[in-house]
Write a protein that binds this ligand. Structure first.
Ligand SMILES: N[C@@H](CCC(=O)N[C@@H](CS)C(=O)NCC(=O)O)C(=O)O
Length: 341
């Protein structure tokens, strides 16, 4: 008779494929490989996060994540098809398989992670929501917004956060919801509402688009937690792992001081963690269904987390968003990735 341990091992041997590299048949990675491109759902036009230029070339922090996934799979960051999605349409597009992955300023919330049938693969931006108002109103705090009308975008956490904020403080308010961010900004700009509520990073970006940005102020309160991250559908763990470890590799690389310009040279490093990251020692790509240099490809083509942040949102961009909570945990921030080992 088999001992319990032997039975457990026998079961294990049956359910775990001998080689992780053989992607499950019909799995998303296999489909993406056959198609020759990753289909990535992004925000239609949000400078810094995702925006197409006049030639239709997409750039941004969320766009980089899509390119990093393509780099890991194809060794080519261009093998991505971008699908611009309004907030209200993004989760349906992911659920129905119109996109393989959503990289679109999307807040990880419990309902989205459970009832909507999605998995968030990590947090690539810690943010929060707030309000913008006209400077001439002379407001110093969101608590002075009693009776205000607030422009918001449909299908966002903003709609819910604004309702919570006013109800929680016993203040009267009116929400006016619009179908896309352009409509929402235009409505605020034309005076339809007293206030415009949005992710604070987005508010700063949209403020720059207004005719007279200096006539608008962002109130000091942050009314919610908005942990933004990429999301995939429930049901394909290998794809979930792949997207998750793409972000983790970018974070770990920043922590190790490995980036786009020195990745090649760092392959000669003696440091064991750097050698594992770059695929010199061990083969961590195999279990993802990828080659052993999967993370090296990401770094060479896209760069590490900090490089992507500074280029798109931070000091090397017009937005100049501070790292703040998005600094690495080793520098007083919240960004922390599990180790590659
Ligand atoms: N984080 C919130 C809001 C998401 C959202 O729609 N954000 C705005 C900016 S903060 C956006 O991406 N707009 C860009 C666009 O629609 O092009 C959520 O997940 O519901």
């Amino acid at each position: 008779m088999l001992s319990l341990a032997a039975m457990a091992l026998a079961t294990f041997a049956i359910i775990v494929p001998a080689s992780g590299r053989a992607a499950p048949e019909g799995g998303l990675l296999e489909q993406v490989r056959r198609r020759g491109a990753v289909i990535c759902g992004v925000a239609p036009s949000l400078a810094g996060f995702s925006i197409p230029d006049r030639e239709g070339r997409w750039t941004g922090f969320d766009v980089d994540l899509c390119r990093a996934v393509a780099a890991a799979i194809f060794d080519d960051p261009e093998k991505v098809r971008f699908v611009p999605l309004l907030s209200k349409d993004r989760f349906t597009a992911l659920q129905t398989g119109e996109v393989d992955l959503l990289s679109r300023t999307s807040t990880w919330s419990m309902a989205r992670d459970t009832a909507l049938g999605l998995n968030f693969t990590g947090i690539n931006f810690y943010g929060g929501e707030g309000f913008m108002v006209r400077r001439k109103l002379g407001l110093n705090s969101a608590l002075e917004l009693a009776g205000a009308s607030v422009c918001v975008e449909q299908g966002t956490t903003t709609e819910l956060n604004v309702a919570d904020f006013f109800r929680g403080h016993g203040l009267k308010y009116e929400i006016v919801a619009f179908k896309g961010s352009e409509e929402t900004v235009d409505a605020y700009a034309s005076g339809r509402c007293d206030a415009f509520a949005y992710d604070r990073s987005g508010l700063a970006i949209q403020r720059m688009k207004l005719a007279t940005p200096e006539e608008h102020v962002i109130l000091p309160e942050t009314i919610s937690k908005e942990p933004l991250g990429p999301a995939v559908r429930h049901g394909d763990d290998q794809w979930f792992d792949l997207v998750k470890w793409t972000l983790f590799a970018m974070l770990n690389a920043e922590e190790m001081g490995v980036g786009q310009s020195n990745a090649a040279a760092m392959r000669a490093s003696e440091r064991p963690d750097v050698r594992r990251l770059l695929g010199i020692e061990g083969d961590f790509g195999e279990a993802l269904g990828l080659d052993r240099d999967w993370a090296y490809r990401i770094l060479r083509h896209v760069g590490n987390y900090g490089e992507s942040f500074e280029r798109n949102l931070g000091r090397d961009s017009p937005l100049k968003i501070e790292r703040g909570q998005n600094a690495l945990w080793t520098r007083g921030g919240l960004q922390y990735a599990p180790p590659i080992r």
